[in-house]
Design a protein around this ligand. Structure first.
Ligand code: SF4
Length: 470
């Protein structure tokens, strides 16, 4: 069997295009990597469901996916054999060229032409998907396979599930043949650059910047950003990340060196609060909180399945699967729908039973506020909704340690010294774990979900009390 000689794959190539230092560290210093973030884990798991369903677009194909990295070469040979036999549909077709190994999601042969399909668990085509498709096209062509058309297959945001999923309606085909053909030369150059970076003795001298966040949050942030100065403008977490990065690159990284005329009045105020170690609460926000007659506090367990699980829902629709509620009138209650069931009716009934008309429902994120809005209009008419999480994210509430990028629980811990939520206890992770609960870990997942809901609910209440008493 020929030896596997590849140095790059789709994911390492895309990583290198984002930052060559990230590629170098990934290959040579993997132990420096941060723990996988909840968002990335969610995307990975989402991709799994969507990939399996996409096979129904072209049923009856032969799968070349290797069971283990040691079988990569076997997968390439199996694909080659299927090409020779003009197999009509191949899943995970494996190709290797110029030191790059790729697995194409679906390859079809019909009426003498080959077409390529790459499936994305996303509502739209993005630049990084075209970069990825261009690499695949380069490898397919270099391997001697002439592709007639290359399609990116993604989710149709307007699709509404009625009965069984209809893959032909749930997926959209975007033809990117011309774009990937135009990028052949630049792809070749990019591969050379990536390979050069990998031969270096030390990681390339690349400073932290915008590239650390897009198209994907880099998993070496903990390593590269650890020496960020205490005086860095990046530490002013009440300013949006984009603005902080712009200030860092165009003005100065050091707060004390930044020309005040280049900052807005609000930014100057946040810097002052940060340096003095005090707390800022927007007076209008405080006033509206103090005028609430009857408050109830809600935390929601939100799920966002890529493939619509329930009748009448769309891809990536946000749905409440659990709720913890503390009402001054009805007390403390928590409910989580049995995994696998449609939770919408349960949650509406819960609100109908526990929320009183005229109460203001206080939540911790814009997503929760959005979902509550549609639920209470039916189940508890006359309720107002107030989102404290967004106030933390927009600098209306600010204290050193808060960051617009953090989850509510992480930010809330700034107000409660000693409170340390675990790294994977955020809203996204709680939803992902619930969605992926299996019979053997369901009890554990439900216990953790309940803890997440009750911790968040307590956080919202404590924050509210602090803000009102201020
Ligand atoms: S954290 Fe930023 S600079 Fe460091 S490897 Fe990642 S992208 Fe590159």
């Amino acid at each position: 069997m020929p030896e596997d000689k590849h140095t790059l794959s789709k994911s390492t190539y895309v990583r290198g295009m984002q930052c060559l230092k990230s590629l170098y560290l990934h290959k040579n210093r993997p132990f420096l990597r941060d723990r996988i973030s909840a968002e990335q884990l969610a995307k990975f798991r989402r991709g799994h469901d969507v990939g399996a369903l996409s096979h129904e677009l072209f049923p009856g194909g032969i799968n070349c996916a290797p069971g283990h990295p040691s079988q990569y070469q076997k997968a390439v040979e199996k694909t080659r054999k299927l090409l020779d036999e003009k197999c009509p549909v191949i899943y995970e077709a494996a190709f290797e060229y110029d030191g790059v190994l790729i697995f194409l999601d679906i390859l079809t042969f019909s009426e003498g032409i080959w077409n390529a399909y790459e499936v994305k668990s996303s509502l739209r085509v993005s630049e990084v998907f075209i970069t990825d498709a261009a690499l695949q096209y380069y490898v397919l062509k270099g391997s001697g396979l002439e592709i007639s058309d290359f399609f990116l297959v993604h989710m149709n945001g307007g699709y509404i599930r009625q009965g069984e999923i209809v893959p032909r309606e749930m997926f959209v085909f975007s033809k990117v043949t011309e774009e990937v053909q135009r990028r052949l030369e630049i792809t070749k150059e990019n591969i050379s650059l990536a390979n050069e970076a990998l031969t270096l003795k030390k990681s390339p001298p690349i400073e932290p910047g915008n590239q650390c966040f897009a198209p994907y949050p880099c998993d070496f942030m903990g390593h590269c950003w650890k020496n960020l100065s205490e005086n860095s403008i990046y530490r002013i977490g009440g300013i949006t990340k984009e603005r902080r990065l712009r200030l860092m690159s165009s003005i100065s990284d050091d707060i004390s060196q930044t020309e005040p005329s280049l900052l807005s009045a609000e930014e100057k105020m946040l810097i002052e609060v940060h340096q003095r170690g005090t707390t800022h609460v927007d007076p209008e926000l405080r006033n509206s909180l103090q005028n609430i007659d009857s408050a109830a506090f809600a935390s929601l367990l939100l799920i966002k399945p890529a493939v619509p699980l329930f009748e009448g829902t769309k891809p990536f629709q946000t749905i409440a699967a659990g709720i913890s509620l503390f009402s001054e009138k009805t007390g403390n209650h928590t409910f989580i729908a049995p995994p696998g069931s449609d939770p919408r009716g349960y949650i509406s009934d819960f609100l109908r039973n526990h929320v009183q008309p005229g109460e203001t429902l206080i939540v911790s994120s814009a997503d929760e506020a959005e979902v509550c809005k549609s639920l209470v209009s039916d189940a508890a008419p006359g309720c107002a909704i107030l989102d404290l999480g967004s106030a933390l994210k927009t600098g209306k509430i600010y204290k050193k340690g808060i960051d617009t990028e953090y989850d509510f629980l992480q930010n809330f811990s700034s107000f409660l010294p000693g409170y340390k939520p675990s790294k994977n206890s955020g809203a996204v992770m709680a939803g992902v774990n619930y969605l992926n609960a299996k019979a053997d870990d369901e009890a554990k997942v439900l216990t953790e979900s309940q803890k997440y809901l009750e911790d968040t609910n307590l956080g919202v209440r404590k924050l509210f009390e602090f803000l009102v008493s201020g």
